[in-house]
Design a protein around this ligand. Structure first.
Ligand SMILES: NC(=O)c1ccc[n+]([C@@H]2O[C@H](COP(=O)([O-])OP(=O)(O)OC[C@H]3O[C@@H](n4cnc5c(N)ncnc54)[C@H](O)[C@@H]3O)[C@@H](O)[C@H]2O)c1
Length: 274
């Protein structure tokens, strides 16, 4: 029996990168997945890959920052699969600047995508979760549900040039701790995984050479190759992590073995701290 057979997982930003790998990993262990991405083509590709792996998936395309997205995401899961067991708040990107150059637009973009969107998704899921937990308690059953919020070392130890991103990624860890307490009685484990350097398009492109399109904005991402070498040399495990390894850390908080762990921020960085 697969560990996540019959479970329903919602993974935001799962068209590419770490999110895609977690969607595939949860599906390989039996979960049905609601895939989300800004980009329909990539969301559809993840859905096809999940189906090829023998599980079921449906796309819920759009920006997690849309005011009605949380409701849409949750209702897609309930309509398609009849439940919600795992929520991974992964969608996000970096839009960096030092404080004197950071605009209000940049600041709010980071707060919106990394903090407000997870808040709205969890709020939208709360009615179903409270109702399901109440029914299960009346039946004398303990059913654990899982929330994994994706954070960053920038939100744990800070990172120069990432004020909005670092503040928002610290904020989501605050949300993890509060929600672990609010939802403990509903048997929901709420944890954060804070990544160090993971090799995705956010870090792989040479600085400034990589441009991502997010909600009509063109944002430069990437790390200068020399800086990348220095960064990797400082990682005790000797290199950046792969998206598959990053997904592995999230998976740990989605399986029954982590049922008694909640409210934690776990760093996945190859041993690197600050
Ligand atoms: N790569 C790293 O080194 C690293 C380190 C720390 C934290 N993180 C975090 O991990 C998460 C995933 O990043 P990644 O490296 O896989 O990046 P990625 O760009 O490879 O993948 C992120 C996906 O999220 C989608 N996305 C972005 N904004 C969205 C929005 N508003 N609505 C819906 N989808 C949206 C993108 O289209 C993309 O497909 C992010 O929250 C990021 O901040 C990454």
């Amino acid at each position: 029996m697969k560990k996540l057979e019959g479970k329903v997982a919602l993974v935001s930003g799962s068209g590419r990168g770490i999110g895609r790998e977690i969607a595939l990993k949860l599906a390989a262990d039996g979960a049905c997945v609601v895939v989300n991405d800004l980009d329909e083509t990539f969301a559809d590709e993840t859905v096809a890959a999940v189906e090829q792996a023998g599980s079921q998936a449906i796309a819920c395309v759009g920006s997690v920052t849309d005011a009605d997205f949380g409701e849409r995401f949750v209702h897609t899961a309930l309509d398609a699969f009849g439940g919600i067991d795992i929520i991974v708040n992964n969608a996000g990107y970096t839009w960096d600047n030092v404080i004197q150059k950071m605009t209000d637009e940049q600041w709010y973009a980071m707060i919106d995508v990394h903090m407000t969107a997870p808040f709205r998704i969890l709020r939208a899921a709360s009615e179903f979760i409270r109702g399901a937990a109440k029914r299960e308690a009346e039946e004398g059953r303990e059913v654990f549900r899982k929330v994994v919020n994706i954070s960053s070392l920038a939100g744990v130890g800070g990172n120069t040039g990432q004020l909005g991103y670092g503040a928002a990624k610290a904020g989501v860890n605050g949300m993890t701790r509060v929600m672990a307490k609010e939802w403990g009685r509903f048997r929901v484990n709420v944890n954060s995984v804070a990544f160090g350097l993971i090799r995705t398009r956010l870090t792989e492109a040479a600085a400034g050479a990589g441009e991502i399109k997010v909600e009509g904005r063109e944002i430069k991402v990437g790390v200068n190759p020399d800086v990348m070498k220095t960064l990797e040399a400082g990682i005790p495990l000797g290199r950046g992590g792969t998206p598959e390894e990053a997904a592995g850390a999230i998976y740990l908080f989605c399986i029954p073995e982590s049922n008694y762990i909640s409210g934690q921020v776990v760093v996945c960085s190859g041993g690197f701290m600050f």
